[in-house]
Design a protein around this ligand. Structure first.
Ligand code: UDP
Ligand code: MN
Length: 250
């Protein structure tokens, strides 16, 4: 059957959260056989996200794990614990004892809540056999970054930032088959020793090699996902105390 796509999305409370999740759900709802794994960066499931998930109209698992306070600092990687919680949940789904069965076909993808995803991207990633890669727009201080492909193989990276990275690719630029995730049960995102921008490389090193990567999006010549970032909202005129006659969730 058609491989199921698991989209793991870390998310945290802020004024634009519901707007971001709405945009994301509007995209995901148009993708067949997609399971959304939404992982809140919080000590509990919030009411806002719980309500949202209930009405999202797509298959969704709602998890939560807080980022330890010491890691909530500029310059440190974001959402490490949340992506790992998503991975742990996924592995748990297919952990069967005493008689393991081969897992169904599946593809895992890390979908940050503020990026922009074309529907074509999901067609491309669905045929991932082990680990697939593609260009990402608006990232790394350039219009795009992309894997450089020769004779169907990735041979390098077009990037403007830290070209020494073993996999010079953004989180939005790859997908992994469920089989590879289950075959490498210890592969996780690391806090210890992880430098900014090395999350992807540190993770991919544990499960694949550059030679093995499967280029998608016409040999990595098309941008189907954009690393968009939402402007911080101006709340300068927000009243100090609640003065409206109604209480509204935004
Ligand atoms: N995120 C999170 N907790 C945080 C900061 C970010 O869970 O404290 C999530 C965020 O919602 C997004 C992902 O982690 O899905 C990446 O964060 P962001 O978009 O801020 O990173 P950038 O675009 O700068 O790489
Ligand atoms: Mn982002």
């Amino acid at each position: 059957s058609v491989p199921l796509i698991y989209a793991i999305t870390p998310t945290y409370s802020r004024p634009v959260q519901k707007a971001e999740l709405t945009r994301l759900a509007n995209t995901f709802r148009q993708v067949a056989r997609l399971h959304w794994v939404l992982v809140e960066d919080s000590t509990r499931r919030t009411e806002l996200v719980s309500r949202f998930v209930a009405r999202a109209g797509l298959p969704c698992t709602h998890l939560h794990v807080p980022t330890p306070r010491r890691y909530k600092r500029a310059g440190l990687p974001r959402a490490t614990e949340q992506r790992n919680a998503g991975l742990a949940w996924l592995r748990q789904q297919f952990q069967q004892r005493p008689r393991p069965r081969p897992p169904p076909a599946g593809v895992l993808f890390f979908a940050d809540d503020d990026n922009t995803y074309s529907l074509e991207l999901f067609h491309e990633m669905r045929t991932t056999r082990k680990v697939s890669v593609w260009p990402v727009g608006l990232v790394g201080g350039r219009r795009y970054e992309r894997p450089i492909v020769e004779n169907g193989k990735v041979v390098g990276w077009y990037t403007g930032w830290r070209a020494d990275r073993p996999f010079a690719i953004d989180m939005a630029g790859f997908a992994v088959s469920l089989q590879v995730i289950l075959a490498n049960p210890k592969a996780v995102f690391k806090r210890r020793g992880s430098q900014p921008g090395m999350q992807e490389s540190d993770f991919l090193k544990q499960i694949t090699t550059v030679e093995e990567l499967e280029p998608k999006a016409d040999n990595c010549t098309k941008v189907l996902v954009w690393h968009t970032r939402t402007e911080k909202v101006n709340l300068a005129n927000e009243p100090k105390y609640h003065v409206d006659t109604v209480k509204i969730e935004v």
